[in-house]
Design a binder for this molecule. Structure first.
Ligand code: PLP
Length: 466
């Protein structure tokens, strides 16, 4: 054996007892959790400045795990954005449920590749179970399949790619084989305020950004039904459950009935809004949603699953699989669930387990209450801000609140000062060509007290600008 190389570095790594490292990581994590509601939401200038310590050349020799964890906690933790506390309202970002966080530590040590059943029976089993649970919670039709992906961007891309292939199939053209050169024209119809990832996905799958018919919307961003163009079996229609600013929902029942009658394909982008289906209190928003062909959503927003979790649901199992299928002499498919058939990736972490732990940790009723509580807190937030003299621009139908303060300039200045205050964090956006504050109540950690503290902070700063 002496002719073969043994790395002294790896030899040392292999022999290391991990007990101390795990203990240290655990202590650092608990330390972080303990301050999650008292620390500034956006890191201090000093913490951000201290990130300079990471700007080093990679050393020749290994660094001890202990030192790595120490460095991460000392300089990394203070420079995080505290979105696991209760006062982060930026973008649409959920927190992380304890059941998912703690189980993830164990599951990460498994380091499973969940591409195929033969690579991880446990991953395949939990993915199969989670798929069933989700289809039940989201009220999707029997026979619907789920692909577990890294987020809605990918889920939308897979959904629209499947939609494209389905529509071409309707027109008697095998686009999977023949490609887009020489393909007949298809009609892509979306609401004027579709999320930008929809346009990105359409461009990636070769349908182009300029060929899209954008349907005019009302003041809440909902498609105006009477403005829909002629649709038919050459049409791919994209609807929205949860407008990125207002949180509004397209009128599914009416629009999808029409689409189905004409043979058009319907995809719903429900990155955060699809979860409204979990509570009957939102029946007026979600009615008819189940009549679409495919749906994309995130786990890492409304459901408070850790990041890197989105899902594509499609009721045309064969078309989804035909669209994603690949072969190779070493690929061993089984009669069990082979996850890679439903997604664009092959090797992948067992991310569905995060969804499983989150759902199991909440229960059916917990999911229902989570969704409704976020809405209640968004309502309370908007009431307080209105009382404080700020203008609320949207109907708070779900978890989003759009706020405006006098003028574009004043609104932007208010956002800047609130972000710098560290008390809470809100983002900005443009809505109907106006600068707005965009508040998203998305974390289970947000309490009514957090809402009061944050609203007070925003109102006080606004008053100082009057
Ligand atoms: C967040 C979001 C997306 C993109 O999702 P990612 O998980 O960030 O890829 C798409 N559509 C809507 C409506 C969203 O809110």
């Amino acid at each position: 054996m002496e002719n073969y190389f043994v790395s002294p570095i790896l030899d040392k790594i292999r022999k290391k007892d991990l007990n101390d490292d795990f203990k240290l990581a655990h202590e650092a994590a608990m330390d972080y959790v303990s301050i999650s509601n008292s620390r500034r939401v956006f890191p201090s200038k000093e913490s951000v400045k201290n990130l300079k310590v990471f700007e080093e050349l990679l050393g020749d020799l290994p660094t001890d795990n202990n030192d790595i964890i120490h460095m991460l906690h000392k300089f990394g933790s203070p420079a995080t954005v505290m979105q696991t506390g209760g006062r982060y309202f930026g973008f649409v970002t959920g927190g992380i449920l304890p059941s998912a966080l703690t189980s993830k530590w164990l599951v990460d040590t498994w380091d499973q590749n969940s591409a195929m059943y033969v690579m991880s029976p446990i991953s395949a089993k939990l993915e199969e179970v989670t798929e069933k649970w989700l289809i039940d919670i989201l009220g999707l039709p029997e026979g619907t399949v789920a692909g577990f992906v890294n987020g809605s961007s990918t889920a939308i891309m897979i959904g629209l790619n499947t939609a494209r292939n389905y529509v071409y199939n309707n027109l008697g053209y095998d686009v999977i084989k023949k490609g887009l050169g020489g393909a007949p024209k298809i009609k892509v119809v979306v609401g004027a305020q579709a999320h930008s990832t929809v346009f990105k996905a359409l461009s990636i799958i070769g349908l182009g950004k300029d060929n899209i018919i954008k349907v005019p919307v009302d003041d809440q961003g909902r498609i105006l039904v009477e403005e829909l163009p002629e649709i038919g079996k050459d049409t791919l229609l994209v609807l929205q459950a949860g407008n990125v600013n207002t949180g509004s929902f397209d009128k599914f029942d009416e629009i999808i009935d029409l689409a189905n009658e004409k043979g058009a394909y319907v995809h719903i982008d429900g990155a955060f809004g699809l979860w409204a289906k979990a509570s009957s209190k939102f029946d007026n928003l979600t009615r008819g949603m189940e009549k679409a062909d495919s749906w994309s959503t995130d786990g890492h927003k409304t459901l408070n699953v850790p990041y890197d979790n989105g899902m594509i649901f499609c009721k045309h199992r064969d078309m989804l699989i035909n669209s994603m299928h690949m072969t190779g002499s070493y690929i061993i498919l089984s009669d069990e669930r082979d996850s890679m058939l439903y997604t664009s990736d092959m090797s992948r972490r067992a991310r569905a387990i995060d969804v499983w732990t989150s759902l199991k940790g909440l229960g059916r009723k917990g999911v229902e209450e989570l969704v409704y509580e976020l809405h209640s807190k968004a309502n309370y937030f908007s009431e307080l801000l209105k009382e404080g003299g700020l203008e609320i621009l949207n109907d708070v139908v779900f978890n989003q609140v759009l706020v405006r303060f006098e003028s574009d300039e004043k609104t932007k200045e208010l956002i800047r000062l609130v972000q710098a205050s560290g008390v809470c964090w809100v983002g900005g956006a443009k809505h109907d060509d106006k600068e707005v504050i965009r508040i998203s109540v998305s974390s289970y950690r947000t309490t009514y007290e957090d809402v009061e503290i944050s609203a007070k902070n925003i109102i006080e700063i606004a008053d100082s600008l009057r």
